[in-house]
Design a protein around this ligand. Sequence first.
Ligand code: CA
Length: 253
Amino acid sequence: MRRDCHSYLISPILYSQQILRNMVYYTSCMRILIVEDEHKIANSIKKGLTQESYAVDVCYNGTDGLDLASTEDYDVIVLDLLLPGMDGITVCKKLRTDNIHTPILMLTAKGQTGDKVEGLDAGADDYLTKPFAFEELLARIRALVRRPRNEVGTTLKIENLTLNTLAYEVKRADKIIQLSSREFSLLEYLMRHPNTTLTKDQIIGHVWNYDADILPNTVEVYIGYLRNKIDKPFPRKPMLIHTIRGFGYKIGK
Ligand code: CA
């Protein structure tokens, strides 16, 4: 009997605390779109990825998937092959034709070997056969997000502030600064765009889930937390986090 895919989506509690910690820096400020019409599978994947600190959006048909993938900025798209509205192959081809090169992990069911080849030919970067273990999905997503992230390096530096995405460590003037995982994601996102004004919407889109419960002042509150840790304890150093009134925030001199 075919085992229900849902039962393969194992909670990541199997990981030791250190491995889990090590995974946060890969995943922080990464945003993933899941396009999967089987609600149970889609929601299980979302739950697992959210626990790994990814920001996750879900839609249940190909048409909405294409719309979101075309208008929002994702780091990886998990795309089911058979979908109502528009199938995964067509979604993939349309995205590539429109010059959208977000990495795509295609989900296929057993017995769709020919479709896998077609999926890869259509521009998917990898595929996974259902049913699958959650750990395998996670490993493949990490492999896909690691590619561009390796290009930008693992240590981000602005003035005497450093953020190491491998050690999950932030230092200013050689003093270690303790941050929550959300604060770390926010700081990493700002530091990946130095001297660039980022709007609240951009920040929310990369650091929080699309449907997360966000209050109008959530970003301000977290910027305040960061200032208290990054700028206030160093009054003789230049302030690094700036409010650009009416626009957003930036980090830099
Ligand atoms: Ca399907």
